[in-house]
Design a protein around this ligand. Structure first.
Ligand code: CMP
Length: 138
């Protein structure tokens, strides 16, 4: 089924100049980019986006990391987009990621892991609305 998901190229990968290479991997994997924007997250935005992790030991550090420089947020579409993007990204910890995945290629550690992808279709719709208005999702 055609599905949408939200992805973020994180500040580590943008700063390292890997934005284009990651976008190429995403397109070559059959995703259509519906919307895309480079922006710097404000602290309140990062806090709200990662609300589910508030209170966890890595939360403060995660918010600091996600606001340290620009990110690229995008809405993606393809069959089973949520699961297929997670395949392409690899697991949260780049040390456990398979060859050829974005996190294996461009991630540094469990926090600085290059890319975000929604973890379920319901999360995806919420995360898409967080960054994009309906009219932007073309
Ligand atoms: P992501 O899965 O995109 O969203 C939550 C983020 O929190 C995750 O990527 C990592 O960047 C970070 N994260 C998750 N688990 C840990 C952890 N154990 N230690 C540090 N950062 C983490």
């Amino acid at each position: 089924m055609l599905e949408r998901t939200l992805s973020i190229i994180k500040p580590d990968a943008v700063a390292a100049g890997c934005t284009g290479k990651i976008l190429a991997m995403i397109e070559e994997a059959g995703f259509r980019i519906l919307a895309l924007r480079m922006q710097r997250l404000r602290r309140e935005q990062a806090e709200q986006f990662y609300e589910v992790h508030r209170g966890k030991h890595f939360y403060e550090s995660l918010v600091r990391f996600m606001t340290e420089g620009p990110v690229v947020v995008m809405a993606l579409e393809r069959e089973d987009a949520v699961a297929r993007l997670r395949d392409l990204m690899g697991p949260t910890d780049p040390a456990k990621a398979g060859e050829g995945t974005v996190r294996k290629l461009y991630g540094t550690n469990i926090e600085r892991n290059a890319i975000h992808g929604s973890d379920a279709p319901e999360t995806a719709e919420r995360e898409l609305r967080f960054f994009f208005s309906t009219s932007e999702l073309v």
